[in-house]
Design a protein. Structure first.
Length: 463
């Protein structure tokens, strides 16, 4: 049974129980008023002869006696069955009860009156000579009170029903409908295998259903983006690994077919196989690095001076490339809270990228500076630059810039590499909660940078 159906059943049951309770209250009140009339009848009929005498005096004009019996009917039922009226109520002088013949010794009974309209509560009291005194009280007041109470309780029930209806509408609108939409969307996502980025209309974000809708939309968007990235990643990895595997298969087939006759050919083939195997191993290692960087909890964070790291990388670059001018620009406090090994790995990749994509002997500038709460490290080269349309993709996995430096210039050969270096940089910085980017002018060079939150902690001394 659905939640909406359960709510409808619960509301219906509540309204029925409320209606029955109100009817029970009304009937109980009517029974109480009738019991009061019966108690008065019992009091009046304690002594039938005395009551008849008082009735006769009241009928004869005795004011004191009449004041005691203003609303009472008194009659005498003779032995022959004839009813003689002795006294009638002031409000209804023509009131005469209809007797059915079974009133004797039956206690208080309800009977109609001659002419209909209203009813009375009466009792018969035995007199001498086979006669009976008939004493009756009108129940018109009781019936009127009963009808007024029923009307009041009916209006109260309608009010309760209206309030419950409004509450049910509010619960349905803000709770059940969003859940139904979420259920339908979840079924659609399941049917599509998570490939369809279904979004649901969210209710008030302050409600639980609204927050659930927002969380569902974020989850679906994240899942769809993750699956798309996974499909693209698998396709790119398959493409990158296919080339070295094809090379390995080709040389092994050539060797098996006797195509490598001389030792020089065998040595050359083995060298190429080793190079492709090394490249394939590097791709696998980079992929493992990317997988490990998806968990920021694996980082070993401690205070690190980015300026010092930049100076060390500059010194290493001067040793490896003595013909290249290496400039260090450092300003302000440059201490951050980071994993030293991972940050060095990221900056090393940026330096290697600058060397790879710039002419031999061209200068490389390494910098570290404080920018408000952030610390920026940057690597600037004087290479061919990156076209504007390619900038958004330079940090993508397996992406390598292939465009020429300027219009009309020949396209340079794509540098060798796994195509994962900048993607690893992006993953490292993202795992630290930082930012990264590139500024480039085609034909003039590029500046790759990363930013991490600054820290006031002291950098521990090296052992």
């Amino acid at each position: 049974m659905t939640l909406r159906r359960r709510l409808a059943v619960a509301i219906t049951a509540l309204l029925v129980v409320t209606a029955l309770a109100f009817v029970g209250v009304a009937l109980s009140q009517r029974a109480y008023l009738i019991a009061q009339l019966d108690e008065r009848l019992s009091t009046l009929t304690t002594d039938g002869r005395a009551l008849l005498a008082i009735a006769n005096r009241a009928d004869a004009g005795n004011g004191a006696a009449a004041g005691l019996l203003t609303d009472v009917y008194i009659g005498v039922l003779r032995a022959n069955g004839a009813l003689v009226t002795v006294l009638t109520p002031n409000a209804d002088p023509g009131l005469v009860p209809v007797l059915l013949g079974n009133e004797r010794d039956a206690g208080p009974l309800t009977r109609a009156i001659v002419g209909g309209g209203e009813r009375v509560r009466l009792v018969e009291v035995p007199l001498n000579g086979g006669r009976y005194a008939v004493v009756a009280l009108s129940i018109a007041g009781v019936e009127a009170a009963f009808r007024r109470l029923l009307l009041a309780l009916g209006l109260a029930w309608l009010g309760v029903a209206a309030v419950i209806g409004l509450v049910a509408y509010w619960v349905d609108r803000l709770g059940l409908r969003p859940i139904a939409r979420l259920t339908s969307a979840a079924e659609h996502v399941t049917a599509s295998g998570g490939r369809a980025p279904v979004q649901v209309e969210t209710a008030d974000p302050q409600t639980e259903a609204g927050r659930l809708g927002h969380a569902f939309n974020a989850m679906v968007a994240t899942t769809a983006a993750g699956q798309e990235e996974l499909r693209r990643f698998v396709a790119d990895a398959s493409h990158e690994l296919r080339t070295p595997l094809t090379t390995l298969r080709g040389y092994s087939s050539l060797y098996a077919a006797g195509g490598l006759a001389s030792s020089e050919q065998v040595a050359d083939a083995m060298g190429r196989i080793n190079a492709e195997a090394t490249r394939m191993g590097r791709i696998v290692d980079d992929l493992l690095d990317l997988t490990a960087l998806t968990d920021s909890a694996a980082l070993e964070l401690r205070p690190l001076d980015l300026g010092t790291v930049i100076e060390e990388l500059a010194a290493d670059l001067r040793v490896r490339n003595p013909d290249r001018a290496v400039v260090v620009e450092r300003t302000g406090a440059t201490i951050v809270l980071a994993d030293p090994d991972r940050i060095r790995q990221a900056l090393t990749a940026l330096v290697a990228n600058a060397v790879k994509y710039s002419p031999d002997g061209s200068p490389v500038v390494l910098g570290a500076q404080r920018l408000g709460p952030m610390v920026r490290a940057r690597v600037t080269d004087r290479g061919r630059g990156i076209p504007v349309e390619e900038l958004p993709r330079v940090f993508d996995r397996f992406y390598r810039v292939r465009s020429a430096a300027a219009a009309g210039a020949p396209a340079p050969a794509t540098p060798k590499g796994s195509g994962l270096g900048l993607a690893i940089v992006a993953a490292i910085v993202s795992a630290h909660g930082g930012r990264y980017g590139v500024d480039s002018v085609p034909g003039r060079g590029s500046t790759f940078w990363l930013e991490l939150t600054g820290s006031d902690g002291a950098v521990p001394a090296r052992a």
